[in-house]
Design a binder for this molecule. Structure first.
Ligand SMILES: [Zn+2]
Ligand SMILES: [Zn+2]
Length: 556
């Protein structure tokens, strides 16, 4: 999707549910979102990037109960964990909040109240799972049973082993209490419903123009055209955002979680207004994004939460008179050695364990090059080693180290000369390919295009054989310098582009090139600005280390 150049951009990444540690499946959404943000900034856009921890809902309450602590303790632990992971991986949010904040409670109450006032919420008595030995209602994850649609084992509010459908309270067949294992009975209880069905026509026309990946659009359209059922938005639970006027009910976690996107934007601009005391910044700037349609809102999510982002969320925003998302970008899921991710079976790769051995940038690189964004990514240590050895070491690392060693040893500074047409054309072409790939959320295409430029750099250097020329007379020596200058120009361009993917490693290359400006703020206009002759080069070192077969065997 092309975003008009005068529009600001708000990018959000799906909120991690803070009930466990970060695994590489999570990163499939955050890393591409971060790359997208970095590239749009390089293209000259004003981009705001927010995220935060999803803190409510039953899984956290169950964990807390099992540990004998409060939900706040569980939330604080994993909130801290995710913040640390994002820092280490340089997933660089402008603001990272959490949905139990006062702002989010207030914003959720305001939106739900607005939906009530606008006639989109009604009360209804429903038959709901109740455990008579625990003497409680069993919301969401408190209940396990079978899916009424496909018959598979299901838990709580979704059929996660079978058809993937969202399950409404009372829908599950043969419900059992998760706490004590007894068969649950059904009891009447009043709950509040959101009139999702009355948004059918709106959603059909909204989805038709919504940007983002095709998978998001297609799935959502299919669901809407089948039939939309009204949505139960309250639960009998003590942990969450109170339903207005009812002390015994909280709103369903999927109401207050996406509202977090709005609250984090509010909190960001309020903090900025406080911190900077800038004239005109009164903390109300979030309204430009969420009330006044002045920005393009782009949501990065996994395909498992498409329903919530393409159906519930736009209907809620519409019903409460907020701005609608411009695009929903859905990444395919991650498998481990061909198997579905599972903590209990050990089919999981924890990010902290990965980072004990490998540089975070190699993971960022792998996650976007292993498969295109909407396709399933099948992680294996073998495929990781191949990308690292054959691409990062053999193509990119080789180009940078070989050229810089040659130039450093023979010249010490960036040599004189002019940039050849061939080089300028190659850079221009890569720039264009990169921009269109990013606009289409084709992160793999983007990185492949830049790696092709690195490949071209290697063959150019090989073809021109400057190591022969350097041993000859002055004229040949001058030509060897010019060849180096041309490759340096290529490396500069690669560095600016790949900063979006490997910010730390490209910073190192930038330093080796003797550049003084902050690489992270350099824009794409600079790709063709000639490198400055006469500038001192730094002594180069190798960027990436090969990973040997024994290590891979040990890890697999
Ligand atoms: Zn099912
Ligand atoms: Zn029970």
């Amino acid at each position: 999707m092309k975003i008009p150049s005068d529009k600001q951009v708000l990018v959000t990444s799906a909120l991690p549910y803070v009930n466990g540690n970060c695994h590489i499946g999570h990163l499939r959404t955050y890393v591409p979102a971060d790359i997208y943000v970095r590239m749009y900034r390089k293209m000259g856009y004003v981009v705001t990037f927010v995220c935060g921890s999803d803190t409510h809902g039953t899984p956290i309450v169950l964990t807390a109960e099992a540990e004998g602590v409060t939900p706040q303790v569980v939330v604080a632990r994993y909130h801290k964990h995710f913040k640390e992971i994002f820092k280490e991986l340089q997933v660089d949010f402008d603001y990272y909040g959490q949905t139990d904040s006062e702002t989010n409670h207030r914003r959720t109450e305001e939106i739900v109240t607005r939906l009530i006032e606008n006639g989109y919420v009604y009360e209804q008595v429903i038959n709901q799972a109740f455990c008579s030995s625990c003497e409680r209602f069993l919301p969401d994850r408190y209940v396990e049973g079978r899916c009424p649609y496909c018959g598979e084992l299901a838990r709580g509010d979704e059929c996660d082993q079978g058809c993937g459908k969202h399950l409404e309270p009372g829908e599950m067949i043969e419900p059992k209490c998760k706490i004590c294992g007894s068969e649950a009975e059904f009891r009447n209880q009043e709950q509040f419903f959101f009139k999702l069905s009355s948004f059918t026509d709106f959603l059909i026309s909204y989805l038709d123009t919504m940007g983002g990946t095709q998978n998001a659009k297609n799935y959502a359209m299919e669901w809407v055209k089948k039939e939309l059922k009204d949505w139960c938005i309250t639960r009998n639970l003590g942990w969450g955002v109170r339903f207005p006027g009812r002390d015994d009910l909280v709103v369903y976690v999927w109401v207050d979680a996406p509202i977090g996107y709005i609250s984090f934007t509010e909190e960001l601009f309020r903090d900025r207004a406080k911190g900077k005391g800038k004239l005109g910044e009164d903390g109300q700037e979030w309204r430009r994004y969420w009330k006044e349609d002045k920005a393009a809102i782009v949501h990065f999510i996994g395909t498992d939460i498409l329903y919530h982002h393409c159906i519930f969320w736009p209907a809620m925003l519409k019903g409460a008179e907020y701005s609608l998302p411009a695009a929903v970008v859905a990444s395919g899921m991650v498998k481990i050695d061909g198997r579905t991710f599972s903590k209990s079976r050990g089919d999981v790769v924890w990010v902290t364990e990965f980072l004990e051995r490998f540089h975070p940038d190699t993971l960022r690189y792998y996650l976007v090059t292993q498969s295109s964004h909407t396709k399933e990514l099948n992680f294996s240590w073998e495929s990781f080693a191949m990308r690292l050895n054959n691409e990062l070491v053999a193509i990119l690392g080789n180009l940078v180290y070989r050229l810089l060693s040659f130039a450093y040893k023979n010249f010490g500074t960036i040599p004189d000369g002019s940039i050849e047409e061939e080089i300028l054309i190659a850079i221009t072409k890569t720039k264009e390919e990169s921009i269109s790939a990013i606009e289409e959320y084709e992160f793999k295409k983007f990185v492949d295009a830049v790696m092709k430029l690195a490949d071209f750099g290697n063959s150019y250097f090989q073809r021109e054989e400057p190591w022969h020329l350097i041993k000859q007379g002055d004229r040949d020596r001058k030509r060897a310098g010019e060849i180096s200058l041309n490759v340096l120009q290529l490396i500069k361009a690669i560095c600016i582009l790949l900063e979006a993917v490997m910010p730390a490693k490209m910073e190192e290359v930038w330093q080796q090139l003797g550049m003084e400006r902050d690489l992270h703020s350099v824009q794409l206009d600079e790709l063709l600005v000639p490198v400055e002759s006469g500038k001192a080069l730094k002594k180069p070192y190798r960027l990436f280390e090969r990973v040997e077969a024994e290590i891979i065997e040990e890890l697999s």
